[in-house]
Design a protein around this ligand. Structure first.
Ligand code: HEM
Length: 155
């Protein structure tokens, strides 16, 4: 089960990225072309938020009870979390930046329900989704980084 949950967490990154890029594009083109806010826009933003929240839940599990879990990981004698790049990344940098990114995705979706003009909806959502996208791109353990993990689960 442990491995399955981690694989799902890994795989969902692609779902979030595809949906988030689509959300950014829809918000940008909506604002540029003065489009009327549509149910299709709302659905894309909603699915982006659902994917982000599901990954967040799986991440919270990894963070608390996973291999590097705050409650399960036994630090070897003399190792400091802040001085070990892998521990620092998975126990602090990755969770903090990803939680922030989910907050921005949620704010982006929130614009769909706000009682404001369509132009403001698109403009603000564009800002929130772009910040979330940048945070995710920075905080994913891409394979080419020192703390890198595979592109796809089980590779
Ligand atoms: C929401 C966007 C997120 C994305 C796209 C994402 C992506 C990833 C990826 C690709 C991995 C590597 C998985 C592997 O080794 O196969 C990973 C690992 C991990 N993530 Fe996330 N993550 C997200 C959110 C979170 C959050 C919010 C937390 C904690 C609160 C978290 C905690 C962890 C931990 C602890 C690991 C290491 C697990 C291990 O190697 O045993 N993640 N994440």
């Amino acid at each position: 089960m442990e491995t399955g949950l981690l694989h799902l967490h890994n795989l969902l990154r692609w779902v979030i990225l595809v949906l988030l890029i689509l959300s950014v594009v829809k918000a940008y083109t909506g604002s540029k072309t003065n489009r009327v806010f549509s149910p299709s826009d709302k659905k894309t933003w909603l699915f982006t938020m659902i994917a982000a929240h599901t990954t967040l839940l799986l991440g919270l599990y990894q963070w608390t009870l996973g291999r590097f879990g705050l409650f399960t990981f036994v630090k070897p004698e003399g190792v400091s979390m802040m001085k070990d790049p892998t521990l620092r990344f998975f126990q602090m940098e990755h969770p903090v930046m990803m939680i922030l990114s989910v907050v921005f995705v949620t704010l982006g979706y929130g614009m769909a329900k706000k009682d404001v003009s369509d132009d403001i909806k698109y403009k603000k959502a564009f800002r929130y989704f772009t910040i979330a996208l940048v945070l995710i791109l920075i905080a994913v353990p891409w394979p080419f980084r020192q703390i890198g993990r595979p592109w796809f689960p089980g590779m």
